[in-house]
Design a protein around this ligand. Structure first.
Ligand code: SF4
Ligand code: SF4
Length: 256
């Protein structure tokens, strides 16, 4: 079985299932409150970016420009988007305030899931996905001294992780395909297409509605309306489109 491992976290401890227990609590009551919002490399997935820029009410291009750095050299060959930390020696996140995270309801998946990390594996032919979790213990983090006990599944629910995992797994499917097709070389045009589809909602929508796209591809009319009106549907469709555009898979029907 060919597999891909996704790790959103900083280190791998013993494997945990959704029914395993751990002790942790975080909030203004802990002495290290917001310490973890600095001196970190914070990867933003396409869904993270979508949630954050909608919360701020700004365009994808403005969010990318103001709050992120694009990392071009990556192990999987696709660019990654990182949060741009401030220039102080503490390298603080632009959204951290003395009273906590100013974008809390839309904070990135990596901020939600801590102190857990998640690894997922997928079968390339059957799209079967398995997952496990693990503890990520940062030395400065005192949340582990707190008595509150959680099941992994309770923590994921409390932190609203399921939607983040679902969207992030769609991105992972693109990485898996690239790894599987070792002989494939991505051109500059492929990379631009990937960045647009994943990280720039407005440009991707413009590409669909203001080009020959809908004449060329047979897209269900209900889906067309959803793509016009719903940014999350558009992102989900972006991953389908990339399977066609990058790997030539029949993920989208051509009009005959
Ligand atoms: S370091 Fe740990 S306990 Fe402290 S604020 Fe961050 S996550 Fe919470
Ligand atoms: S997004 Fe919020 S929780 Fe995440 S690092 Fe920034 S301030 Fe902290």
């Amino acid at each position: 079985m060919e597999a891909n491992e996704q790790a959103i976290g900083m280190g791998i401890g013993p494997k945990l299932s959704r029914d395993d227990l751990f002790r942790f609590s975080c909030g203004p009551h802990v002495p290290c409150f917001t310490e973890c919002c600095g001196k970190l490399e914070l990867l933003l997935t396409p869904y993270d970016l979508l949630r954050l820029r909608k919360r701020l009410g700004i365009s994808s291009a403005d969010f990318l420009d103001k709050y992120t750095i694009m990392k071009l050299k990556t192990s999987h060959g696709f660019p990654e988007v990182m949060m741009k930390m401030d220039s102080s020696t503490e390298k603080r996140c632009p959204f951290v305030q003395p009273n906590g995270c100013s974008v809390y309801e839309d904070r990135p998946g990596a901020c939600r899931i801590y102190p857990l990390g998640r690894a997922s594996t997928s079968h390339p032919m059957e799209e079967i996905r398995k997952e496990f979790y693990f503890m990520v213990k940062e030395d400065h983090c005192q949340g582990f001294r707190e008595p509150h006990e959680w099941k992994v599944r309770e923590w994921l629910e409390d932190q609203g992780m399921d939607e983040y995992n679902r969207l992030n797994d769609l991105l992972m499917e693109i990485y898996v395909r690239k790894a599987r097709l070792r002989q494939i070389t991505l051109t500059g045009q492929h990379i631009q297409m990937f960045v647009m589809a994943c990280y720039n909602t407005e440009r991707f929508r413009d590409f669909i509605f203001n080009s020959a796209f809908l004449n060329k591809f047979d897209i269900d009319s209900d889906l067309v309306e959803e793509l016009r009106n719903c940014d999350q549907k558009l992102l989900e469709f972006a991953f389908v489109w990339l399977k066609f555009a990058l790997f030539g898979e029949p993920a989208i029907r051509l009009r005959t």
